[in-house]
Design a protein around this ligand. Structure first.
Ligand code: NAG
Length: 566
């Protein structure tokens, strides 16, 4: 009777739970890709026409002279495809770095040259490290307009850029670069200005949004996932600084021969006092010390062990003369044996070597520094935000990990548009990815539960429903009990009602018994593992224990040997 009630409740619960859990998932967040209406000097969503804009470079890499010929060429593969992890918007493709440990270069010309003079510059794009990132770059470069027409086929590491922005990681070095190249108006030379304290890149497989905003007042802001990661000023936050110092040390000015920069000297007037005895020793015997009454002048420190007994089988001829073991003399416990010597004490007459006291040097002129002269290369650019015109965007990267995905690039002048663009793209993606992410976290917790304690029936059904949704066959194989149950309950709801009341329930009872058995098995296994672990721990507690044990065993053996001999 009890079993019948249990079966009934179980069936009803299962028939409610399985479809409910499966349905909850299926209805969630199916979003299909739609290109944006937002316009910008450059906006890229890697739609089907992407290859009319982007061109892969197979140029030689100029600045490296590695021995491996392969490394000298940009031979990394690129693809435009949907994400392989944390899938998000259906039909939304991105540009993906396909080759691990390779140089990659790809670029796209802007429809028109972007001149930023007097405007805000916004650079925004998504990075998805689908295969993590241990060592590699994921930054972009805005390529400087040149006299000659820009040729994407020859894009390489020496192609002059204006701005470099984005994540770069190798081991513990992890930063979001913001570098701009600035022209010295006097020499005409360019110098890279590096953000002094760059923020850290987010190393994760979900999509991360990087935004750089430079405003016409020279302030800048870097946002990561729409959160301010750092702010600063082009004139203050970069090394080397945009503007050189106004004055420099005169290279002609040399320190004069007779310049005195020693502040203190030994007093030349001072003499050693008559009564100064340099030879008086530091320590002397303490004459006030008295030899203690209980001092034993003739008592040796070590004595023969009175308990030592010469073994009966000791053969003086073969084994040499028997000597008892030596032990510390118990009478000398207080270190009071042997010849008594006076303890030493500090000598009140001790003075040591005489030295003249130091006085201010009358010839001291202070520290020498060269004279300052106006910097002949001085200039003042108070508007470094007016970047030079830019003609293209490029990714020029080396990376150990492939599968880095780039998407939804915005290069323009409107913070509001970039924001709106992010709302249409990254915000939607992020929401979907986070659901998946949290599900995985929950699953991990589940796994932990499985290892630490048997999960409840509800969790088991939920896991099954999850697996069933993804791959029904595997789910069935892994869990034939729920599979069969689910099949019977979902496909034949009426049959299930019959099952509850009809003699066929024997089969069902069997499955329930199996379930119980499995649970028990699991518990037993766990106990075994636990026991094993405890054993290991105990064994490791101290090597001392082990030593002692070995010693004891050795002694036992010896004793046994002795007995045998006897
Ligand atoms: C970014 O954050 C701001 C302020 O927290 C918010 O108003 C805005 O909607 C967010 N934008 C996106 C794209 O998430």
């Amino acid at each position: 009777m009890k079993q019948r009630v249990f079966t009934k409740v179980f069936c009803i619960l299962a028939s409610l739970l399985v479809p409910a859990l499966a349905e909850e998932d299926a209805s969630k967040n199916v979003v299909t890709f739609k290109p944006t209406e937002i316009k910008a000097p450059f906006i890229e969503q890697f739609t089907s026409s992407w290859d009319s804009r982007w061109e892969v470079s197979h140029s030689k890499k100029i600045s490296e002279s590695e021995n491996d010929e392969n490394l000298l060429q940009y031979n990394g593969k690129w693809a435009v495809e949907e994400p392989s992890v944390y899938k998000n918007i259906i039909g939304d493709k991105g540009l993906v770095v396909k080759s691990a440990a390779a140089h990659h270069a790809i670029s796209a010309k802007f429809p028109e040259v972007i001149d930023n003079e007097g405007k805000t510059l916004v650079v925004q794009y998504e990075v998805k490290l689908q295969n993590n990132l241990e060592c590699g770059g994921a930054y972009l470069k805005l390529i400087k307009k040149q006299d000659e027409e820009y040729d994407p086929k020859n894009y390489n590491d020496k192609t002059p850029y204006v701005i470099m922005f984005g994540p770069d990681r190798c081991g513990s070095t992890n930063r979001v670069h913001f570098i701009f190249r600035h022209k010295n108006p006097i020499t005409g030379e360019y110098e890279e200005k590096h953000l002094e304290t760059p923020p850290q890149a987010k190393i994760e497989k979900t999509t991360v949004l990087y935004t750089l905003i430079v405003r016409p007042d020279n302030t800048f802001e870097i946002k990561i996932n729409n959160k301010t990661a750092t702010t600063g000023n082009l004139l203050e936050s970069f090394k080397p600084s945009v503007n050189p110092p106004k004055e420099i040390d005169d290279p002609e000015d040399k320190k004069p021969e007779d310049w005195v920069d020693i502040a203190k000297i030994p007093d030349p007037e001072a003499t050693k006092p008559e009564d100064w005895d340099e030879d008086a020793p530091e320590m002397i015997p303490d004459e006030d010390a008295v030899k203690p009454d209980d001092w034993l002048d003739d008592e040796p420190e070590m004595i023969n062990d009175p308990d030592a007994v010469k073994p009966e089988d000791w053969d003086d001829e073969e084994d040499g003369e028997w000597v008892p073991v030596q032990i510390p003399n118990p009478k000398c416990e207080n270190n009071n044996c042997g010849e008594w010597t006076r303890p030493m004490k500090k000598n009140p007459e001790f003075k040591g070597k005489w030295k003249a006291p130091y006085i201010d040097n009358p010839d001291y002129k202070g520290p020498w520094a060269p004279r300052k002269i106006p910097n002949p290369n001085y200039y003042e650019d108070n508007e470094p935000h007016n970047f030079e015109p830019m003609t293209a965007i490029g990714f020029e990267l080396w990376t150990m990990q492939n599968q880095i995905m780039f998407d939804n690039i915005y290069v323009g002048h409107s913070e509001a548009d970039a924001e709106e663009f992010a709302k249409q793209t990254w915000v939607v993606k992020n929401k979907i990815e986070m659901i998946e992410f949290e599900k995985e976290a929950a699953k991990e917790k589940e796994e932990m539960l499985k290892n630490n304690g048997e999960p409840g029936l509800k969790e088991k059904i939920a896991v099954f429903a999850e697996e069933f949704k993804k791959d029904p066959i595997t789910a069935f194989k892994k869990n034939p009990i729920f599979g069969t149950l689910g099949f019977i309950l979902c496909a034949f709801p009426f049959a299930s009602l019959l099952l509850v009341n009809r003699p066929k329930r024997k089969g069902l009872q069997q499955t329930i018994d199996e379930l119980r058995e499995k649970k028990q098995e699991g518990e037993e296994e766990e106990k075994e593992t636990e026991a094993l672990e405890t054993e290991n721990v105990e064994e490791n507690v101290t090597s001392e224990n082990l030593k002692q044990r070995t010693k004891a065993e050795g002694e036992e053996e010896k004793e046994e040997e002795k007995k045998d001999e006897e």
